[in-house]
Design a protein around this ligand. Sequence first.
Ligand SMILES: NC(=O)c1ccc[n+]([C@@H]2O[C@H](COP(=O)([O-])OP(=O)(O)OC[C@H]3O[C@@H](n4cnc5c(N)ncnc54)[C@H](O)[C@@H]3O)[C@@H](O)[C@H]2O)c1
Ligand SMILES: [Zn+2]
Length: 668
Amino acid sequence: MDLTQAKEKIEALRHELEEHNYQYYVLSKPTISDYEFDMKLKELEKLEAEFPQFFDPNSPTQRVGSDLNQEFVQVNHQYPMLSLSNSYSEGELIDFDQRIKKLTDEPYEFVCELKFDGTSVSLIYENGALLRAVTRGDGVKGDDITANVRTIRSIPLRLKGDDYPASFEMRGEILLPFAVFAELNQAREDIGEMPFANPRNAASGTIKLQNAAEVAKRKLDAYVYYLLGENLPDDGHYESLQHARKWGFKISEHTKKCANINEVIDFINYWDTERFNLPVATDGIVIKVNSRRLQSELGFTAKSPRWAIAYKFKAEQVSTTLESVSFQVGRTGAVTPVANLTPVLLAGTVVKRASLHNADIINKLDLHLEDAVYVEKGGEIIPKIVDVNDSLRKPDAQKVEFIHECPECGTTLIRKDGEAAHYCPNETGCPPQIKGKIEHFISRRAMDIDGLGQETIELLYQQGLIRNSADLYDLQAEQLIPLERMGEKSAERILKSLQQSRQVPFERVLFALGIRFVGETVAKKLAQKLVNIDNLAKASLDELTAIDEIGIRIAESVIAYFHDERNRELLERLKNQGLQFELHESVLEGRSQKLEGLSIVISGTFEKHSRDELKELIEKNGGKSVGSISKKTSYLLGGANVGPSKLEKVEKLGIPILSEEEFLQMIE
Ligand SMILES: NC(=O)c1ccc[n+]([C@@H]2O[C@H](COP(=O)([O-])OP(=O)(O)OC[C@H]3O[C@@H](n4cnc5c(N)ncnc54)[C@H](O)[C@@H]3O)[C@@H](O)[C@H]2O)c1
Ligand SMILES: [Zn+2]
């Protein structure tokens, strides 16, 4: 390779890696696997070492990938938040041990920790209280996510005991346990939202939401793993963590002290498969030198500490045969292909099926029946097919084709522009969709009908007693009692609960209707803004998209819903049954139009109200709360610590700044 070629290659790699960093850290939507990313990074590192004349401090090899986001206030880290160097083999670990031996004469121990796969956070404690929580950002400064972090129950807001340092920093990982992740994705799929690819992306996406109440609903969890500060209780990192546990921090019980690198390797081998029994995603093991004094002697490179290394598990792969592909229709009509495999042992469990997600993936793999396929189990729970060994393919093998008709009702499937999934459009006539809609309608967060579950719905459907949610309200005791596993008592309970559901507030009724993309939060927004169903049915695209958080996709879906004659009939019947289709009077109280036509940006921290409360006040008084400053912004509602870039912008555009006091006077 000559100099020009090297320079070109280096620049191309830097550019490509920067793009992947952005996809991964800012958008939480990576497009290549971590392994592929790390291999490209290593290639760049090698080239940069070979051609030092092209050194650049801004290269992805020299900096941690940035998660900074303009919507948050940024704060400088007291201690830089770095990455960890990665290794994928025992050999690299032995090299790591050798490098330390060269740098010091004294004996040392290692601490092995699970590498939790989430998003890192810095927590600042002062006098035993959580003062601030900040993301890693670009390593030097991060986004202030304190309000969101306060909703995580495993992060103590007040510490226990009295022997903690007056001021210190705790580092940890915010994550979403598998079970919560599965629930969240189910809820997203229920309303036709794209599910998250894995728990890590879900956690990093959640922690950057603008609405702390929404974050609280997602039930994030966190482990902490590193203490920083001046007067720490112990020189040992391991021992410090044991103290911190007594102060109320959640520390993994699987942290272990190891006397030498061989013990480290044993620990790694044990967790290579055992990690699949954990309730949370892990992607490796972190190995740290225990003594802090030695840590500071060893110091840092530009990007990572010399006293620690991450060993990353390669996702385990096995080869097996693809027997057939079946197509499942979900409750929103989305059709999911599933691969049926010759059963094979993978990471401790027998795998018979793998997710294929959508038609694009089938085409990309160029799947044929009887193919030898590689199956992998990564951060997700359901394994996936990652590759095909096409050298083993028989010449007459049959290509896997995506179906054109719904396997449940025969309707021709459709695919919307820009969407990967195929849908059965027969919303009111396709059995899984009918049942799915009714199940959603009766669910706890919607109409909350007691005594009715998936099985009973199935039964009532088979008996021809229900075809939509309004049919539920026509059910009679004598129709229910003869049903299998029913009885007078259960029938009574169902009818009573249906009766009570007539009091369920409008916003939940709206959510229960199961309009595509109208989840709980959107339903609430629509109800509060438009007050009753008739206004909603009449609302134009412009009116709908003018509402905070309602984008074109949701607006179009709402319009299409009311456009459908069958939905209008259904609503008429539900109205006649006495369900709530209007906001309750008590909610309407305290509303005004004092801020009509004003769009206000909130920034900084306030004394009397949280940012969420202020947002609600703006909306309650007819104003619009927007995220970023533009020419159309009427005011900046500024508290303490308004970001400098925001201040600069309002000055340039001549936008007046309101204090919290002034704002409250405006709406008095
Ligand atoms: N697929 C992509 O497009 C893409 C893009 C960028 C980065 N990545 C992946 O991200 C990784 C680099 O990200 P990174 O810089 O966050 O490094 P990293 O995730 O490999 O390691 C550092 C992080 O580990 C976490 N961690 C978990 N448990 C820990 C413990 N016990 N002690 C210390 N830290 C712990 C912390 O959040 C810390 O920031 C690479 O492995 C790369 O594969 C992938
Ligand atoms: Zn169908």
